[in-house]
Design a protein around this ligand. Structure first.
Ligand code: PRP
Length: 176
């Protein structure tokens, strides 16, 4: 039986390392002594976030928020669900939200609304991949790793039905 699997490499391991290094330096310059809370969006962003914070030589704390919008398929359901909440209050804190991808923008718009309602001192967003062609609603992103084409991606946090997140590079999904 033919099954979809990782195909052409879109972002190689060395390209990820180089770009994330640049983002980390930029974030370190921008936040300097602000002691931000870096909030990773589960599950997809955990790999990117772990590399990003190690590339940012500043004092920071971390937290995670879990949402689900795609379920197990390859198409957005358009319905965003909070699966797990932050462990601490962010009122008065500088918050940097770290997401793996912005596609339609629905998830990020929901997250920004949700976090803004908790009155952080500032809220910025860093995404690894921006699939700009697919945007359905306008949503501001402050730091972008890569702009990618409209193909389904797997690897480096991106999954298909939970698989392939552990690949050290980003690949296009090859249909089976
Ligand atoms: C993916 C991704 C983003 C969202 C982006 O989440 O991690 O959160 O979709 O899509 P959008 O811009 O169209 O809203 P998914 O539900 O696949 O969860 P995961 O992070 O656990 O893989």
């Amino acid at each position: 039986m033919a099954t979809a699997r990782p195909g052409r490499v879109l972002i190689a391991e060395h390209e990820l390392r180089a770009r994330i290094g640049e983002l980390g330096q930029q974030i370190a310059r921008d936040y300097d002594r602000d002691n931000p809370v870096v909030v990773g969006v589960l599950q997809g962003a955990f790999l990117f976030m772990s590399d990003l914070i190690r590339a940012a030589p500043i004092d920071l704390t971390t937290d995670f928020i879990g949402v689900s919008s795609y379920g197990v398929g390859t198409k957005s359901s358009g319905h965003v669900r909070l699966v797990s909440d932050l462990s601490m209050a962010i009122e008065g804190r500088h918050v940097l939200l770290v997401e793996d991808i912005v596609d339609t923008g629905l998830t990020l718009a929901y997250l920004k609304r949700n976090l803004e309602a908790r009155h952080p001192k500032s809220l910025r967003v860093c995404v690894l991949a921006d699939k700009i062609e697919r945007r359905e609603i306008e949503v501001g992103v402050d730091y972008v790793g890569f702009t990618i084409p409209n193909v389904y991606v797997v690897g480096y946090g991106f999954d298909l039905g939970g698989l392939y997140r552990n690949l050290p590079y980003v690949a296009a999904l090859e249909p089976g």
